[in-house]
Design a protein around this ligand. Structure first.
Ligand code: ATM
Length: 246
């Protein structure tokens, strides 16, 4: 897929008193892909909204762009094993907070190196259920581990890769946990006490304040359709800014 773009040469404009516009061909298939991440506490509806966004992107003009969905933990074979170890209800012994942190980091390092970077370099739009902000919120704010160390560990695990857009589905913690209970799904972390989840929520709140151009807060305490529409609006805007919608 090719499209025409133009550049303005300011020096020539100054010399000749007029603006020269040169048309150059941009190989859009050589464009770097984009990483769109969904974040939020349990029961916020990330999975549903991610599926709805994929469906919408497929129906929109995106048949020609490669689109993949993935998640952390568990986006690779190694990650699936780590996810099982991290979330199983009876780990057989108490897992230390640092061991847990390092397992999330190992999952991420493998995911970034073997899946995310190769996909993004092909120009793929990658939708990812959780990424680095989850570690800051859960292990940093939730478990009270040192935030600077977590940021350094995130940098090691990602090699500097950051999301291009993070959609934070913000739901009241009690409401989210009630939804999870209603589904009958409870894993080890979800069983942690309410105060833990409130600290995690505080983490997402502060991250969103600190990273306003990257993290968009979506009020997830609304009907599914309203949330999906807001997400589509934000994503369309971003896709246009990134040059996907010309
Ligand atoms: P999902 O159920 O959204 O896939 O997330 C799995 C759990 O992993 C979730 N916990 N609960 N409850 C959040 C947790 N998690 C972390 O604690 N740190 C991380 O870095 C990531 C990626 C997930």
């Amino acid at each position: 897929m090719r499209h025409l773009d133009f550049i303005i040469i300011p020096n020539l404009a100054q010399i000749y008193g007029r603006i020269y516009i040169y048309f150059i061909e941009v190989e859009s298939y050589g464009m770097k892909g984009k990483l769109i991440v969904f974040e939020g506490v349990e029961g916020a509806g990330k999975t549903t909204q991610m599926q709805r966004l994929i469906h919408w992107l497929q129906l929109s003009c995106f048949q020609k762009v490669r689109l993949v969905a993935t998640r952390e933990p568990g986006g690779t074979e190694l990650g699936k094993g780590l996810r099982h170890l991290l979330l199983k209800q009876d780990p057989g012994e108490s897992v230390s907070d640092v061991a847990e942190l390092l397992m999330y980091a190992a999952d991420r390092a493998q995911h970034v190196e073997t899946f995310l970077k190769p996909e993004l370099s092909k120009g793929t739009i990658v939708l990812c259920d959780r990424f680095t902000d989850s570690t800051i919120a859960y292990q940093g704010y939730g478990r009270n581990l040192n935030l600077n160390l977590i940021k350094q560990l995130n940098a090691i695990a990602t090699g500097g890769l950051e999301s291009d857009l993070t959609l934070w589905l913000d739901i009241n913690v009690e409401e989210g946990l009630a939804r999870v209970r209603a589904r009958g799904e409870r894993d080890r972390i979800e069983q942690a006490h309410l105060q833990f989840h409130k600290r995690v929520q505080q983490g997402f709140t502060e991250l969103a304040e600190e990273n306003q151009s990257r993290i968009f807060r979506i009020d997830a305490d609304r009907p599914e359709d309203a949330i999906a529409q807001e997400i589509q609006g934000i994503v369309s805007h971003k896709l246009a800014a990134w040059g996907y919608l010309k």
